[in-house]
Design a protein around this ligand. Sequence first.
Ligand code: BJW
Ligand code: ZN
Length: 244
Amino acid sequence: MNTTLLDNKTKQIIQNANSIVFFTGAGISAESGIPTFRGKDGIWNKLKPEELANFNAFLKNPKLVWEWYQHRKEIIHNCQPNPAHKIIAEIQNKFERVSVVTQNIDNLHRRAGSKIVYELHGNIERNYCIDCNKQYGDNVPLKDGLPKCECGGLVRPDVVWFGEYLPQEVFKASEKEAEKCDVFFIVGTTGIVYPAASIIYIAKNSGAYLIEVNTNATDVSPSADKSFFGKAGEMLPQIFLEIL
Ligand code: BJW
Ligand code: ZN
């Protein structure tokens, strides 16, 4: 059976868009095999965020937090971008501007080929020393299992933990993208973590057409102009199949 997903209005709005922003969360990488944070398969059903994703937890037990990130990095390295990441990269030449504002630290948008990617919560591939700020990639020296800089300071993942500021330039640039876009997709996020989620409402208040793609309804759903409930890896390719 040949069913269409898009109503005429949504189709036209997307077709006529100059600038499209994809605001993404853990759900977009779920079909790649990376666990989400919340929900029934979320990693935080088993591990408490306050025990791991904050600076005090790292200072208290750096080995545990470091090993948790190493474990997640290993999972990520064994995963590939899925059709949702790929279609976003594929359409970047079909519109004047396509940008990705992601809360994810997994690098999958770049690996899929997206060129304009704003990482609000950092990137698991990078690390830095908490004392001298020296940047590290994968080459972090370990001393007794602890990630130690040459200055003796602890090295931590370059991600944003609770209570920490988001990278200000990345955040400001994301706000600008949201302000000037025509269509704003919200894909695979609960939209409850701030200030990242505020970008959604900046887009809304600037007049963008909001389209949500999620397996479930979220706090964001009432603000969306259109919601598609289903897997991002199936919904996004289908949407753009009907557009292009
Ligand atoms: C699918 C799918 C499929 C599944 N297809 N869909 C009250 C108390 C304490 C703090 C606060 C408070 N109120 C506000 C705060 C601030 C706090 C906050 O927002 N907390 C809320 C949780 C309440 N925010 C902060 O602390 C931020 N900083 C800050 O505010 O700085 C100012 C400040 C400075 C100094 C002092 C005080 C304030 C920083 C937030 C950093 C968040 N960091 C994390 C960890 C990153 C590193 C890591 O990965 O380890 O970022 S937390 C985690 O949540 C991660 C994510 O990016 C983020 C968002 O999660 P996301 O992406 O939405 O994932 P899920 O799992 O929630 O949702 C997945 C969705 O996908 C679901 O909807 C599914 O249905 C869907 N789905 N499969 C489509 N196949
Ligand atoms: Zn150092």
